[in-house]
Design a protein around this ligand. Structure first.
Ligand SMILES: NC(=O)c1ccc[n+]([C@@H]2O[C@H](COP(=O)([O-])OP(=O)(O)OC[C@H]3O[C@@H](n4cnc5c(N)ncnc54)[C@H](O)[C@@H]3O)[C@@H](O)[C@H]2O)c1
Length: 270
């Protein structure tokens, strides 16, 4: 027994009084994670290239969770737009305590089918865009002197080849996100900024629907393969990221940095 009282675990998970920025929060996994952060009490700012959808998604979350929210149109690959939108978010919300970087793109295809433009676009959004947002969030966190939590979104594709789809540039970009996160965890640890990563397995979203379309396979056959690739024998539903993102964003994970959590039904185990 220690002399100091142990904090209650639900208090540790609470994000009341915090402001969380979510990139790619307009839809899909980003939206679901933004909703989770708001349910845990955070005010939220949604950044997305789909500006109108970002505004609507932020409004829906605010109405459901009774928190302050805002939606912002921004291409995360554009350095100036990112700097400007983070400045506006700080002016609007007063602070930034949490960043979740879910904005990302993918393209299916064999290596010889990719043009330089295709490859650069994937790296511009997934890696450079993630980096720009991390840079801006950390800058504001350091200025405020209160630390913070940055949660990046990589993928099981950072570790393994995907089956049956083929998209080497995406996989390499997600491995880069993972290493970027580990490096910045080391660089910003002294500022009490924690950097962690969520790596989802297969989840049904607009991104995966588009991918299946590009592959020319049936949804049934693709999903059957994905199910067979995981010990849990199914694909994920977006709400299955909610607990992980709140854990990593909150004080419940205060001694975790440079950590990755795979939420993949065990798909990378074998
Ligand atoms: N769905 C999966 O199975 C899966 C698996 C592993 C990792 N991921 C990752 O999770 C994240 C979310 O994926 P999703 O499946 O919800 O996809 P999605 O396409 O539904 O959502 C991605 C969001 O990012 C936004 N976005 C794209 N380019 C942008 C840009 N340049 N600037 C700002 N916003 C931009 C989109 O408008 C969209 O709202 C991505 O980073 C993806 O790589 C998804």
């Amino acid at each position: 027994m220690t002399a100091t009282k142990s904090p209650n675990v639900f208090d540790l998970m609470s994000l009341k009084g915090k402001v969380a920025v979510v990139t790619g929060g307009a839809r899909g996994l980003g939206y679901e994670m933004m909703l989770a952060l708001a349910e845990a009490g955070a005010d939220v700012a949604c950044i997305d290239i789909l500006g109108d959808t970002a505004v609507v998604s932020a409004q829906v979350v605010a109405a459901e969770c009774k928190v302050k929210s805002s939606g912002w149109e921004c291409d995360v690959a554009d350095e100036e737009q990112v700097a400007s939108v983070f400045q506006k978010i700080v002016e609007h919300h007063g602070q930034i305590d949490v960043l979740v970087t879910a904005a990302g793109i993918n393209k299916n295809g064999k290596a010889f089918e990719f043009t330089g433009k295709d490859v650069r676009k994937i790296f511009d959004v997934n890696v450079t865009g993630t980096f720009f947002c991390m840079q801006q969030a950390a800058k504001h966190m350091i200025d405020a002197g209160r630390g913070g939590s940055i949660v990046t979104v990589a993928s099981l594709a950072a570790h393994v080849f995907n089956n049956p789809q083929i998209h080497a540039p995406y996989n390499a970009s997600k491995a880069a996100v993972l290493q970027l996160s580990r490096c910045l965890a080391c660089e910003w640890g002294p500022h009490n900024i924690r950097v962690t990563t969520i790596s989802p397995g297969y989840f049904a979203t607009e991104m995966t629907n588009k991918l299946i379309g590009e592959m020319g396979m049936s949804v049934e056959d693709t999903v059957k393969t994905w199910k067979s690739e995981a010990p849990l024998g199914r694909v994920g539903t977006p709400h299955e990221l909610k607990g992980t993102v709140v854990f990593l964003a909150s004080e419940a994970s205060a001694f975790c940095t440079g950590t990755e959590i795979l939420v993949d039904g065990g798909a990378t185990v074998w």
